[in-house]
Design a protein around this ligand. Structure first.
Ligand code: SF4
Length: 63
């Protein structure tokens, strides 16, 4: 099963880090917040880098 990252829109400050680290996974939605649009758009390690790099810990693996 593919692990899917989840962005909490109430926590995201729209810094753009995850979008630039994993452009195939995250994009900004119409509200200007990051969201996952394709969990298979990067390797798990690349997504983990985005999770670790988020300055406000807005991204987590969905369970
Ligand atoms: S790295 Fe975190 S704060 Fe920055 S856009 Fe992504 S989810 Fe939002």
């Amino acid at each position: 099963m593919v692990k899917k990252p989840f962005v909490d829109p109430d926590v995201c400050i729209s810094c753009g880090l995850c979008v630039s680290v994993c452009p195939g996974v995250f994009h900004f939605n119409s509200a200007g917040k990051s969201e996952c649009y394709d969990p298979e758009g990067a390797t798990e390690a690349e997504i983990q880098s985005a999770i670790d790099g988020c300055p406000v810990q807005a991204i987590s693996w969905a369970s």
